[in-house]
Write a protein of this length. Structure first.
Length: 449
């Protein structure tokens, strides 16, 4: 399997890049290629003995207590970690906090255990647990510009928590989304961790309500039939009901919503596949949640709306091969959103479009967010890990393992998955990134299935 993985990874890379090499071969340094250099903002996150979450500075390898992200009071240089600050060097409290994280890990399961990516999974779970704040705020990262809750990222983490046996944590994340959701079912682009509102005046993103409904259904899937499943469905019902009602109102006579920002996080004047495909996925999952909760009338509405919007999406985007815009030449990562684990019935032609998007998005280490993305050599781990999960769900294990290998071999000193990887293999930007960590876990979970 490792040989197959290496060969698939090599096939995904441009000529001149060596599999398993920290730096590209000479051919990558051709004059016409201008590769970007982005700094690494921190190595990862840690919990101090007094319970505070802190960033681990670049170039620092902290000493954690075994099986945790808690700093070891006996071994850690707190001046280096805290930039000259002070910490309560409480050995007993540190041990307690570490045991909390170990107990949390033990309450679920580590996907890929016993295999080459067990440490990737363990580190990702610990990072996500550390980034989950009181009240269910699942922040995207710990650097200031990422210390917010994006509904999309939070939804993926909720599914990752549920599929690794941490349903309670998943429900905390979804409860936060329910508290911050607008009465019309929509969401802001991102939220302050205290849930008080957005940090700026970014345009709200319509895909958020799709991702929230989608996550609610997949979290519910992890519970067997019985009173607990019914109780959880009823707990999730207000979130899903508002999203269904709002989405139904939003859709035009064509079955499609108006243009909105999507995961590119920029204002749009044309509808993107990345906006409408998550709505289909969410409405399909909403049907399940509402049926179990006993709201059959609204479940029927969700089912009918999902079918109408799915049909309109295929009619509008399918003829051009599921490109970002209906009349555009380029695909982006939203090509994955018309396949499992998003749409319950994959779109005809969706797999071919997704495979084409892999070729278009290819970068020296992994993938960029889109085929038309700038050719700066930078790999984005959200899309690389997302495609690893989609590949695993399609039964394309070799491709999934190749992409996971790319993630695994370019982690930071703490073992965290960064947002970006440069062409020469250096991790860059924020680390860890919760969306990437969640998708890596979900890919490993799918490979275990």
């Amino acid at each position: 399997m490792l040989l197959a993985t290496g060969s698939i990874l090599a096939a995904m890379l441009p000529v001149g890049v060596q599999v398993g090499s920290a730096r590209p071969a000479a051919a990558v340094d051709a004059p016409e290629l201008a590769y970007a250099v982005v700094p690494l903002y921190q190595e990862g996150v840690a919990v101090t003995p007094d319970g505070a979450v802190v960033a681990v500075p670049t170039g620092t390898r902290p000493a954690y207590l075994d099986g945790s992200r808690v700093l070891d009071p006996a071994l850690t240089n707190f001046d280096a970690i805290l930039d000259g600050g002070d910490a309560v060097h409480g050995t007993r409290e540190a041990a307690r906090l570490a045991q909390v994280q170990r107990d949390w890990l033990a309450s679920g399961r580590i996907p890929g255990v016993g295999g080459p990516y067990e440490d990737l999974a363990r580190s990702a779970l610990l990072d996500l647990h550390t980034l989950l704040l009181p009240g269910g705020a699942m922040v995207a990262g710990w650097e200031d510009r990422w210390r917010y809750v994006w509904p999309r990222d939070a939804a993926f983490v909720a599914v990752a928590f549920a599929r690794t046996g941490h349903v309670d944590s998943a429900l905390q994340v979804l409860d936060f989304l329910a508290r911050t959701q607008h009465d019309d079912g929509g969401f802001e682009a991102r939220y302050l961790p205290d849930g008080s509102g957005p940090p700026d005046d970014r345009t709200p993103q319509t895909d958020g309500q799709g991702w929230a409904m989608w996550a609610a259904g997949l979290v519910l899937d992890e519970l067997p039939a019985g009173p607990t499943r019914t109780a959880v469905a009823m707990r999730l019902a207000p979130l899903v009901q508002r999203a269904v009602d709002g989405t139904t109102t939003l859709l035009t006579q064509t079955g499609l919503p108006p243009a909105s920002p999507d995961y590119w996080e920029r204002d749009e004047d044309q509808l993107t596949l990345g906006t409408v495909a998550p709505l289909v996925a969410g409405l399909e999952q909403a049907t399940k949640v509402l049926t179990v909760a006993g709201d059959t009338e609204r479940a029927d509405l969700a089912r009918a709306t999902a079918l109408a919007t799915r049909t309109a999406t295929i009619r509008t985007f399918g003829g051009n091969g599921f490109t970002r815009y209906a009349d555009g030449p380029h695909r982006d990562a939203a090509a994955a959103f018309v396949l499992r684990p998003f749409w319950q019935l994959p779109a005809t032609g969706g797999r071919a479009a997704w495979l084409a998007s892999v070729d278009e998005m290819r970068r020296p280490v992994g993938l960029a967010p889109a085929g038309e993305w700038r050719q700066d050599g930078v790999t984005w781990t959200p899309q690389t890990s997302l495609y690893a999960w989609v590949a695993a769900e399609q039964g394309d294990d070799d491709r999934a393992l190749a992409l996971l290998s790319a993630l695994d071999s370019h982690r930071t000193l703490t073992g965290s998955v960064p947002e970006k990887v440069l062409a020469d293999g250096r991790p860059a930007a924020v680390a860890p990134l919760s969306w990437s960590s969640a998708c890596a876990l979900l890919a490993l979970d799918a490979l275990d299935s």
